[in-house]
Structures are given as structure tokens and as C-alpha cells.
Design a protein around this ligand. Structure first.
Ligand code: AHG
Ligand code: MN
Ligand code: MN
Length: 343
């Protein structure tokens, strides 16, 4: 019988060996996030007993309904990262302000973490796929002092690592450093994430587009034209393109990363900055896709080049296979944000 697949811990150690001067802090962070993910997976999978997938009337700082699962996952990540010696502070989609772990040990660490504890939580009542998204930055303030908002308001280009956990038919952690993107599937028998998708590359083209089409009449005319161009192509070549939209970004982008395609969350008349959050959702995925050979833009700029002004800011997002996003950019040019509205 062959030995089992490499665990996330073994993989981290093998990467650490390549850098004799590495402190191991980044590696520790990935382990801690993996631990939180296993606990989150555990309560989701025991919903009958925990009732974690039910609803509340509480709203978060962005005005969205907060579910017990959002709260639990947020607390779990906060606690694990606070106990870790490798994190100086965090920003969470579910917290109004950044949280500075102001004590001697945490002040000495080099990294801050930003996360969306549960992405797609509105889908969770229906047993649909949800996820956790995270991004890790090296601090720009001095270690040994408490971290500050400056450490968080960095462009995505400065990310050191980013990843997501998808709680679906199986549970997977996918994470990227500049060295590559790798996927680890949770083996519940041993309670470990094991390397299942080494060196993930996003195909240059794909045949799936992913967008909330109910909003199409509120999109800018050029985005509409791009979507219609795929629909028209199908008149000549039936079935060439197909649409898939789960409504959980992690699920839609996991599929896009592995199979190729394009995901669009454009500005609409009501939401000029789109819906998705730059720091917790768009930057981590833009980083992952770029490392995997894909591309992410807001219509005029690379997502990773945006200098953030606020931790909760939103941005339109077009992300996926390089050739498809490039083609979309020819359609959108610079019109999208300039307010090219319904024709
Ligand atoms: P969250 O659950 O963290 O608030 O994120 C939900 C997001 C994202 O997962 C998804 O792509 C998008 O909302 C769906 O929005 P629409 O329902 O407007 O399509
Ligand atoms: Mn989300
Ligand atoms: Mn969320």
C-alpha cells in the first residue's frame, strides 16, 4: 500500500526547508487558519445538532443579515489568530473596526490577516456550499509595536498569501503564495487537509460565465454587450457557452479556477461600487487567480493595484480565465465606472 498523501503541515514544512532564514510565522498562520476551518466544518456538518445554519435578525456593519454561522466562524477565526503568536491583528467582514492584538507576543509578529469568515451565508439554510476567504499581509509598521490601520490598507499586490476554504461536497483549503496555488482536501478519517490539487493553473479560456443575470438590465451597456456576445455565439454554436451561478463566491470561483470561465459582479445602478468587498473577497481571489495564471479587474484597473481607503470598501469585479477577462476589458474599456448606463 502506498503512503498517504502529504498533509498541509508536511507541505508547509517542505516549503519552509527552501528558506533557511524563514521564521515559520506564515506557516504557523496557515496551520491556525486550517484549525479554525476544521472546527467550522465540524459545526456545519453537525447542523442537525448545532442548528448553526438558522437565521437571525441581526445586521452587520454592511447592513447584511448575520447568521449564527457567520458569528461562530468569526469568533473561531478571531480566537485562533489571537492565540497564535504569528498575527498582530485582524480585520473581518463581520467587525466594524480592525482588531489589534495588543500584547507583547502578538506585537512581535510580522503579519496581519483579513477575512470573510463565511462567504455565501445566505445560502446556508439550503445546505448549499459556503466558504471562508482570507488574505495575509506583512505589516508595514514596526514589529514590537501594536499594528495599525496602515497595515491593513495595503493594495492586494502586497499580499504575502491568500486562500479560501470551501465547505462543499468535500471540504478543501486552497491557498496561494507567490510560489504557486495548491489545494488540500480534508480527510475526515484523520482530520487533516491532504494535498489533492498541486500547482493549480487556471485555464486561459473557459466556457462558463457566472453572473447574477437578474441584474443584467442594471449593468453598464458594455457589460451587457459582453454577456450578450456569448449568448449570440450560442446561436451559431449551441451549447458552446453555459451559465452557472451558485451565489456563493467561493463556490463560483473555485469552479472557475479549476475549469476556467469568467465571474462577473459589476456595478449596478443602485450599487456603483458593486457588492463584493475589496479586502475580504476580491483581493484574496485576485491574488490566487493571478498566481494561477488568471486575471482580475474592476473594469479599468487590476484589482490588486487598487489602493484601499477603507477596510469595508466594495468594488466591481471581473475575474477568471486570462483570455476571457482580457476580452471583457476590451468591451468595458474605461466606460464601466464612468457610468455607462442603460442604453
Ligand atoms: P457574504 O455571504 O460574505 O455576504 O457574501 C455574499 C456574496 C458572494 O458570496 C456572492 O457572490 C454574492 O454575495 C451574491 O450576491 P447576489 O445575491 O447579489 O448575486
Ligand atoms: Mn462574502
Ligand atoms: Mn461573509
Amino acid at each position: 500500500m502506498k503512503p498517504g498523501k502529504m498533509t498541509l503541515d508536511e507541505f508547509r514544512l517542505s516549503e519552509l526547508r527552501l528558506y533557511p532564514n524563514a521564521t515559520g510565522e506564515l506557516s504557523n498562520l496557515l496551520r491556525e487558519i486550517g484549525l479554525a476551518a476544521k472546527r467550522i466544518y465540524s459545526v456545519i456538518s453537525r447542523n442537525g445538532e448545532t442548528g448553526i445554519l438558522s437565521s437571525t435578525n441581526i445586521r452587520n456593519t454592511s447592513g447584511e443579515i448575520v447568521k449564527p454561522l457567520d458569528q461562530y466562524a468569526n469568533e473561531e477565526l478571531l480566537t485562533v489568530l489571537k492565540h497564535s503568536l504569528s498575527c498582530a491583528g485582524v480585520a473581518s467582514e463581520e467587525e466594524e473596526n480592525i482588531l489589534v492584538f495588543d500584547n507583547k507576543a502578538n506585537n512581535n509578529s510580522q503579519y496581519v490577516v483579513m477575512f470573510d469568515p463565511i462567504d455565501g451565508s445566505s445560502n446556508s439554510n439550503n445546505c448549499m456550499t459556503v466558504g471562508t476567504i482570507f488574505g495575509i499581509y506583512r505589516r508595514c509598521t514596526k514589529t514590537g509595536t501594536p499594528c495599525s490601520i496602515k497595515d491593513f490598507l495595503q493594495p492586494g499586490r502586497h499580499l504575502v498569501a491568500a486562500g479560501y476554504i470551501i465547505y462543499g461536497v468535500s471540504t478543501m483549503m486552497v491557498y496561494a503564495t507567490k510560489r504557486g496555488v495548491n489545494g488540500f482536501t480534508l480527510d475526515p478519517a484523520i482530520g487533516e487537509f491532504c494535498l489533492s490539487h498541486p500547482k493549480i493553473c487556471c485555464p486561459d479560456v473557459g466556457r462558463i460565465y457566472s453572473v447574477n443575470e437578474s441584474n443584467i438590465l442594471n449593468f453598464g451597456v458594455t457589460v451587457r454587450q459582453y454577456i450578450e456576445s456569448m449568448q449570440q455565439y450560442n446561436v451559431a454554436y449551441p451549447g458552446f457557452f453555459t451559465a452557472r451561478y451558485v451565489g456563493s463566491m467561493v463556490a463560483d470561483l473555485h469552479r472557475t479556477l479549476l475549469e476556467g470561465g469568467i465571474f462577473l459582479y459589476p456595478a449596478t445602478e443602485d450599487h456603483q461600487d458593486g457588492k463584493l468587498r475589496l479586502m475580504y473577497e476580491c483581493n484574496p481571489f485576485a491574488f490566487i487567480f493571478e498566481v494561477a495564471g488568471g486575471m482580475a479587474i474592476d473594469g479599468c484597473r487590476e484589482i490588486l493595484s487598487i489602493i484601499p481607503a477603507r477596510v469595508h470598501q466594495r468594488t466591481p469585479l471581473f475575474i477568471g480565465s486570462r483570455d476571457m477577462v482580457t476580452q471583457l476589458s476590451y468591451f468595458v474599456k474605461y466606460e464601466n465606472r464612468a457610468g455607462s448606463r442603460r442604453s
